[in-house]
Design a protein around this ligand. Structure first.
Ligand code: MRU
Length: 359
């Protein structure tokens, strides 16, 4: 990991793997309570992903990789074939918890593929191999954040106002975040800038998570409701947008939290650069374009209530798409861990993966 000296010890950690046990920070109760919850079985982990105790594309992938290990940990007395079959079945089950963030299926496929290719003489040995792979995914995820930080930080100049949407922060990854990694690095380098964090209805990741973690780090952060974006851009407060992503298609179309598309359209209108921070683990070469990205529909309660308080009449009809797709022509650049990819994206993404193994 590059030594760029960012102080991370006070940053909240979404995932902790300690002595073969998995703890997840319950993000549904942040910022009022900071609670690490021990995950005991596959059902726990599935549920934690489903209800967004752990959320954010990279964090979901890492949590599921460790979660797979926890789920099969007590089954090491099975014979090798039975243990492998159970692992494959559990990976499929965990993969069914949320559809949009490709990091989940990416991590599950990688774990299963690694297990299938491993030479082990016992299930206990295979378990250790799975743990080592999950630890590798976790470590790599840290390095990806640092890489995006180094690529993106030079874009941030003194006096800038930067809008972000949802939480693509340290809470959504193993460390430093994706969209926030350039911010943490620029802040560490003494650049003075302001972050405008959209609250992100319905589940308020911007209000509860982004403003909390950036504030804790001493970054100048201002909370906005989602409908303030146009006004803030029109009145000259925003010089750049940086968001994260749940899946980037092979043509550069970007799925991210619902509301991102609106921000991108506004940014285009006002001539404001719109960047997407995306680690290679979030680029899906198997998805041709945005139309092929599965968009999660969530429950009506999340629309008719705010933090458990009902705000809409009983029986009202709702829709709850959790993500939207920003077409590549609205994207100024994809900030990856090694380069900023610009249009034409199909070609840029293909070149980015040249010579690399794509899991
Ligand atoms: O529903 P969530 O909270 O999991 O949605 C998260 C996002 O949309 C993030 O912007 C995205 O996963 C990138 S996280 C580095």
């Amino acid at each position: 990991m590059p030594d760029n000296n960012i102080e991370t010890s006070s940053m909240p950690s979404a995932i902790e793997w300690t002595n073969g046990e998995l703890f997840l920070l319950d993000q549904t109760v942040l910022p009022h309570q900071v609670v690490m919850q021990k995950q005991q079985c596959a059902k726990d982990i599935w549920q934690s992903i489903k209800v967004l105790k752990v959320r954010g594309a990279p964090a979901i992938g890492v949590a599921a990789a460790f979660g797979l290990c926890i789920s099969v940990k007590d089954k090491r007395d099975l014979n090798l074939d039975e243990f492998k079959a159970l692992t494959v079945e559990t990976a499929d089950y965990l993969n069914s918890s949320r559809p949009t963030a490709v990091n989940l299926s990416w991590a599950m496929n990688r774990m299963v593929k690694h297990m299938q290719g491993a030479k082990a003489t016992s299930s206990a040995e295979l378990y250790d191999i799975l743990v080592a792979e999950a630890e590798k995914i976790h470590k790599e995820d840290c390095a990806l954040s640092y890489g995006m930080g180094e690529m993106g930080a030079p874009l941030i100049k003194d006096g800038m106002g930067i809008m972000t949407h949802c939480n693509a922060g340290s809470l959504a990854t193993s460390v430093l975040g994706t969209a926030t990694a350039p911010m943490y690095l620029a802040h560490k380098n003494g650049i003075k800038f302001k972050v405008f964090s959209n609250e992100t209805r319905p589940l308020l990741q911007g209000a509860r998570l982004t403003s909390w973690e950036l504030g804790k780090a001493g970054i100048d952060v201002t909370l906005l409701t989602d409908n303030m974006s146009a006004h803030m851009m029109a009145t000259g407060h925003i010089d750049m947008v940086i968001v994260g992503t749940d899946r980037v298609a092979a043509n550069g179309d970007v799925a991210n939290k619902i509301g991102t598309l609106g921000v991108a359209i506004l940014a285009k209108h006002y001539g404001i650069p719109f960047y997407v921070a995306c680690p290679s683990s979030t680029i899906d070469l198997n998805t041709k374009c945005g139309d092929d990205i599965p968009i999660e529909e969530r429950s009506a309660d999340e629309i008719t209530t705010i933090m458990g308080q009902r705000i809409a009449p009983e029986g009202v009809q709702t829709r709850s798409p959790a993500f939207d797709v920003t077409p590549n022509e609205l994207v100024t650049g994809l900030i990856t861990e090694t380069e900023i990819i610009t249009a034409p994206y199909g070609e840029g993404i293909k070149n980015f993966f040249k010579g690399k193994t794509y899991d």
